[in-house]
Design a protein around this ligand. Structure first.
Ligand SMILES: *Cc1c(COP(=O)(O)O)cnc(C)c1O
Length: 369
């Protein structure tokens, strides 16, 4: 019998908490007369650059475009290799493929979900042009040694920060360690719009203006096109929404941190793999992911108790039909493959109530693996 209904993430409740302010922002943007670009976009870009401690922010249509345009702005394309994590959301790989380059996968270290920094160097070839590390699940990757390695080999670093708004590395915000940092404002992200949205942040003015140009048909001056760009711009209504939500990001991240702390304490000694933050890392818990070979049984058990969990992600990119042409067979990236079978994301979100968190913990405690 269902004793409760604990949603994985309640986006409607998130909207509800800020409804008067969000409605006002949507109306303001609607009445402004600016429907592409304009003051709402400029103001959000300035605020988000400041928040991420970066010099520039350029809004784009979504997170995948942010990655793709950043790669293009760094002249990565046909014939190039780009190092990506084996364990990530497929968009990280799709961006590399979109520019005609080849994704080269590096596995996570055991006990971590992020790319193993020590395994990157042996995957560098004469064709390698860039590394795209991902701050997966809101846990920052060890970015400083990655940037140092990239510098030694003359490689670009494009960070995929789609799950890491507000995360910090050694007290410094994710946002300007690499050459460019790609962000998604997909509704379920820590900083989510009421639709699609994305951005890049960078300290490099050339990259910033090139991304802006590429996302605007390759044009800096209307009707004069320097290259074959695309149409990928941050919508002013979404920018207005994001400006409001940015003010609450730290508070909402703090709530995620509190939930994560409760989970971590309750699940220590429970016999499942737990996420752990290195001492230099300030994670923002986009997801709270445990790992166990009994994953499917545990997920069913939780579902029976009315608790919704998700799997991020059930099939690793290299085993997707889309990547069959790479010829990577089952067993070629065993860590990513094992994680696909073992990871389970527990409910977490700024609107998850304390009583629901307690309930999840009590059901987990009774699950006895
Ligand atoms: C969400 C996400 C993306 C893509 O962002 P969209 O805005 O959905 O295109 C890329 N990388 C990671 C790690 C993501 O979680």
């Amino acid at each position: 019998m269902k004793e409760a209904n604990v949603p994985f993430l309640d986006l409607k409740a998130a909207y509800g908490e800020l409804q008067p302010e969000l409605d006002e922002a949507v109306l303001r943007a609607s009445r402004s007369g600016w429907y592409i670009g304009g003051p709402e976009v400029e103001s959000f870009e300035a605020d988000f650059a400041a928040y991420t401690e970066a010099k520039y922010c350029v809004g784009v249509g979504n997170g995948l475009d942010a990655l793709t345009l950043a790669l293009r702005a760094l002249d990565i394309g046909e014939g190039d290799e780009v190092i990506v994590p084996s364990h990530t959301f497929i968009a990280t790989w799709l961006a590399v493929s979109a520019v005609g380059a080849k994704p080269v996968a590096v596995e996570p270290a055991l006990g971590s979900y992020n790319i193993d920094v020590d395994s990157i160097e042996r995957c560098i070839t004469t064709s390698t042009k860039a590394i795209v590390p991902v701050h997966l699940y809101g846990m920052p990757v060890d970015i400083n040694p990655i940037c140092a390695l990239a510098k030694r080999y003359g490689l670009a670093v494009i960070e995929d920060a789609a799950q890491a708004h507000g995360a910090m590395v050694g007290g410094k915000k994710v946002g300007s360690h690499g050459d460019a940092v790609a962000w998604s404002f997909y509704p379920g992200k820590n900083l989510g719009a009421l639709g699609d949205g994305g951005a890049i942040t960078t300290n490099n003015e050339t990259i910033a203006s090139r991304v802006r140009e590429l996302g605007n048909y390759g044009s800096a001056v209307k009707y004069f096109n320097n290259e074959c760009g695309v149409n990928s711009r941050l919508d002013p209504i979404q920018a207005a929404v994001l400006s409001i939500k940015l003010k609450y990001l730290d508070v909402w991240n703090k709530r995620r941190q509190n939930i994560a702390a409760i989970y971590s304490q309750a699940l220590t000694g429970f016999g499942v793999g737990l996420p752990n933050a290195p001492e230099w890392a300030a994670p923002v818990w986009h997801l709270y992911v445990i790992a166990t070979p009994e994953r499917d049984a545990l997920q069913s058990r939780l579902a029976l108790a009315g608790i919704q969990t998700l799997i991020h992600y059930p099939v690793p990119p290299h085993l997707q039909k889309a990547y069959r042409p790479l010829g990577l067979k089952v067993g070629s990236l065993p860590v990513a493959e094992r994680l696909a079978n073992e990871v389970l994301s527990l409910p977490i979100g700024p609107q998850l109530s304390a009583s629901h968190v307690d309930y999840v913990v009590s059901v987990l405690a009774g699950a006895r693996l």
